[in-house]
Structure formats: structure tokens, C-alpha cells
Design a binder for this molecule. Structure first.
Ligand SMILES: [Zn+2]
Length: 304
């Protein structure tokens, strides 16, 4: 690739090894785009995937898969700010799937305070509010998100990135972070911030892709998780280790079950002949029927 770079790039290191020598971090997939291919649409959640990705390497000790040379923070910030909240229609299905694993931990909502990092249109703030949380807060860089959030959760949304100085120490009973950790260039830094903002005895709850899930194994480079948006990708063994580095105790790690209509699965899957599949599922009368599977997402519940 000889094109002039439009963006600045920085080099990322393995989160676990002190050295990031090439021998123990061999190239898994080669970079497959030029800077001209990038725009805010590519960085919008749950769009139909283009499968652009950086050069990705894999740590032979921990299985951590990561992008070695990535856009610097300033470039990423610009792209995320202009990104659109494109998954409004799906949030209704996600709400219940995401709430179930913490329902028992969080049932005494009362005057409790919660924060959702990368809160998008505030769909999970609605869940928390509806389950009795008195104070619900969210962080979301996309400027569109706050405008479309439900009125009673809108005020708590900070338009911008989550980081130090935003909230006090020992402040939240629960901090959630969905499909965000693997987008960050400093995931350990964010976990440490989360730990700082969580009350002693309080919980953190994260959901993200699992590189050892069947879907990721079957589709390999064509898997939707091999994507320019993802910088560090985890599995059920190395994710808890990173959370412990931030100070948390690990309560549980689990595969998340997601229920979506078939229309969604068809759109997201790297399938040939999509129109044909749509026709078949419509003919069967199940195109809009919900179908729940463990689709490659994992959850982790932590305690301070
Ligand atoms: Zn490593």
C-alpha cells in the first residue's frame, strides 16, 4: 500500500506481555483498507459490515487479538463523533437480554445510581430507570444519541467520551459498558476509571465479543468482529485477567444469549445470496420472528 496516509497512526502493544515481540505476536490478518475508505459510517454501530480491518496480531500466550497500528485518538474521536446511532430498531430486543444477567444483583434499585458507558440512545438507561434506579447517567460520543434518547433519561447523558474527572470516586452502585471495551485504545485505563467510580461492594457489568466463540471461529477473517472499529478483542480467559489488573473481583463470566428477528441475523451474517434468504424467510412467515442464540457475545460481572 503506497497511498499517502490521511490520518496519523500509533502502535499498540499487548496488554499482557511486557514485550510485544513479533515472534510471540504473529500477524493473524493483514490490513485491508486505505485511509480514503474510512468515514463516520464505518464507525457507526451495527451497520451492515464492510469488513475493513487493520493488521491484526495474536498473542500466542494469552490469545489476545489486537490491531497493531491504529488511528490516533484525535482521528478516532472525529470519526466517532460523526457516527450515527444506527441500531435503534434492535435496542428493544437487546434490553431484556442485557438486563437478565444482572436482574438478581440489581433488584433493590431504590436510590441507587448507575452509569452506562457508550450508552448510545440511552436504551439501557431506560431499563435501569424502569427497574428503580434513582440516578441514571450515560456517556456517548455520538451527538445524535442524546437527541433521540427518552426524555426522562436524556439529562443524565454526557455527550463525549468517558474518562477521569467526570464523576466522583466511589459514586456508582453499578457501571455498565456494552460493546465498547473492544473499541478502546486503552481498555485497561477505562477499567481502572470504572473501578475508581464504583462504590465499594458495587458492580461493573460488561458485554463484548468473544474471540473464542463458535461464530468467530467459523467465519475467521470474515467474522463481523474482525473490524476496523475493534482494537483489542478478548476471550473468556484473558478478559477476567485484565479486569483483575484494574482491581476488580470477578463474579461471573458467561455467554450471552441474544434474541433478534431473523431479518437481523440475515443482515449481519456473512452470507451469500442475501436476497434469496430474505425471500425464503418471508415465504415461511418467520422473517420477523425472534430467534435467540448465543451469538458470540460474552458478559462479565465484577465487584469492587
Ligand atoms: Zn502478548
Amino acid at each position: 500500500m503506497s497511498q499517502v496516509n490521511k490520518y496519523n497512526y500509533i502502535t499498540k502493544e499487548c496488554l499482557f506481555c511486557n514485550s510485544t515481540d513479533d515472534a510471540s505476536h504473529p500477524v493473524l490478518y493483514k490490513k485491508n483498507f486505505n485511509d480514503e475508505d474510512l468515514n463516520a459510517h464505518v464507525f457507526s454501530a451495527r451497520r451492515t459490515t464492510e469488513h475493513f480491518h487493520y493488521e491484526m496480531v495474536k498473542c500466542s500466550k494469552t490469545g489476545l487479538i489486537f490491531s497493531r497500528r491504529i488511528l490516533d485518538d484525535a482521528s478516532l474521536n472525529e470519526l466517532y463523533k460523526e457516527s450515527l446511532v444506527t441500531f435503534g430498531e434492535q435496542t428493544e430486543y437487546i434490553k431484556n437480554d442485557y438486563w437478565l444477567p444482572i436482574a438478581s444483583l440489581a433488584k433493590n434499585g431504590g436510590n441507587k445510581k448507575a452509569l452506562d458507558i457508550g450508552c448510545s440512545n440511552g436504551f439501557f438507561l431506560e431499563v435501569l430507570k424502569d427497574n428503580g434506579y434513582g440516578g441514571v447517567f450515560g456517556c456517548e460520543p455520538s451527538t445524535e444519541a442524546k437527541e433521540i434518547a427518552r426524555a426522562d433519561v436524556r439529562e443524565g447523558i454526557h455527550t463525549g467520551f468517558y474518562g477521569p474527572g467526570l464523576y466522583p470516586e466511589n459514586f456508582f452502585d453499578l457501571i455498565t459498558c456494552f460493546q465498547t471495551l473492544d473499541h478502546l485504545s486503552d481498555p485497561l485505563g477505562m477499567l481502572k476509571n470504572m473501578y475508581f467510580n464504583t462504590k465499594p461492594g458495587g458492580n461493573a457489568y460488561l458485554i463484548m465479543h468473544n474471540t473464542k466463540a463458535l461464530q468467530a471461529k467459523i467465519f475467521g477473517e470474515k467474522s463481523p468482529i474482525i473490524d476496523v472499529e475493534h482494537i483489542y478483542l478478548f476471550n473468556k480467559e484473558n478478559l477476567p485477567e485484565l479486569c483483575k489488573k484494574a482491581g476488580f473481583k470477578v463474579v461471573s463470566v458467561f455467554d450471552l444469549k441474544n434474541a433478534y428477528p431473523f431479518s437481523y441475523w440475515i443482515r449481519m451474517a456473512p452470507l451469500p445470496f442475501k436476497k434469496l434468504w430474505v425471500t425464503i424467510f418471508k415465504a415461511l412467515g418467520i422473517y420477523n420472528k425472534l430467534f435467540g442464540i448465543k451469538a458470540g457475545n460474552m458478559g462479565i460481572i465484577l465487584e469492587k
